[in-house]
Design a protein around this ligand. Structure first.
Ligand code: NDP
Length: 295
């Protein structure tokens, strides 16, 4: 039975981390600068704490210095803004990341706006998103998850130019910037969202599918054009009695069905997830290089 090529995000991310580690030590040797990433976590969401811990570990693994701030749930917004301003001015910090979601009493928009454009390694500042959407403009940074999706396509030599791409989901952090990036790469894009009728029919026209919905196994085999390439961003816990934790993680795409139709597909876990962190490290290195004009 035919089966799609597996796009191995875990292995690709490992390779990228090795490339970054080499560059980090080259910079250290040449000019004595260590790239630094500041991570601000507010509240005690378990998933957020795990993401922050993983980001910190990844920094250490490539020689990037991490600065961590953990603030209680009831912290005032001004307090968070003070930390951001401090990091904006700190020359040892080249990237600033505010772990989302913030507690509901905070205004996410004003917090993200406070991050200096030069240090916006998450790429969420509206100026960076605006530049991403405009022809002839270059964002300082591109959001990590969509950047990781495109990097996988590049490293697997998958043509984007002139292809039909369907992005399912339009969130500010994944779907929308993923669509903008594909457009910059000369794909013809369609965005499918919760109010789209005929999502299946539209998706079936795609040469490239990026699924970023948050609904387990939503994209069935029948949604996939034979030979299409699938990047599955979704991370969804589903009950699994065989697993010691009682659950397992699956994507937005029904892998077992889709892999019989697609030409290439990312697994979950081990697909886009590890790429997101690799792109964060890459953005932080880029920022440090720019700050010191080091090539
Ligand atoms: P959001 O909930 O912010 O956005 C989901 C999007 O999917 C929305 O645009 C929504 O449409 C759309 N949608 C919802 N239901 C349907 C439907 N039935 N048909 C079509 N579209 C639908 O999620 P995120 O973008 O933040 O995340 C998406 C998934 O990616 C999640 O599983 C998340 O865990 C995962 N993720 C993975 C990352 C990684 O590193 N691999 C990083 C970030 C997220 P509408 O706009 O109309 O509401």
């Amino acid at each position: 039975e035919a089966c799609a090529k597996v796009i191995d995000g875990k292995a690709t991310a490992k390779q990228i981390r090795e490339e970054i580690a080499i560059e980090v030590s080259r910079m250290m040797d040449a000019i004595g600068v260590v790239p630094g990433l500041a991570v601000i976590l507010v509240g005690d969401r378990k998933d957020s704490a795990t993401y922050v811990r993983n980001k910190k570990k990844a920094c250490e693994s490539v020689g990037i210095k991490s600065f961590e701030v953990n603030l209680p749930e009831n912290t005032q917004e001004e307090e968070v803004l003070k930390f951001i301003e401090g990091f904006n001015e700190d020359p040892a910090v080249h990237g600033i990341l505010v772990q989302l979601p913030l507690p509901s009493h905070m205004n996410e928009q004003s917090v993200l706006n406070a991050v200096s454009i030069e240090k916006d390694v998450d790429g969420f500042h509206p100026l960076n998103i605006g530049r991403l959407a405009m022809r002839g403009r270059e964002p300082s940074f591109v959001p990590c998850t969509p950047k990781g999706c495109i990097e996988l396509l590049h490293r697997y030599n998958i043509d984007i130019k002139g292809k039909r791409a369907v992005v399912i989901g339009r969130s500010n952090i994944v779907g929308m910037p993923a669509a903008l990036l594909l457009q910059r790469e000369d794909a013809t894009i369609t965005i499918v969202h919760s109010r789209t009728p005929n999502a299946e029919e539209i998706t079936r026209q795609a040469d490239i599918i990026i699924a970023a919905v948050g609904r387990a196994n939503m994209v069935r085999g029948s949604w996939v054009k034979p030979g299409a390439v699938i990047i599955d961003v979704g991370i969804n816990p589903v009950e699994d009695a065989k697993n010691s934790k009682g659950y397992k993680l699956v994507g937005d795409v029904c892998y077992d069905e889709a892999c019989k139709v697609a030409s290439a597909i990312t697994p979950v876990p081990g697909g886009v997830g590890p790429m997101t962190i690799a792109m964060l490290l890459s953005n932080t290195l880029t920022s440090a290089r720019r700050a010191h004009d080091f090539r």
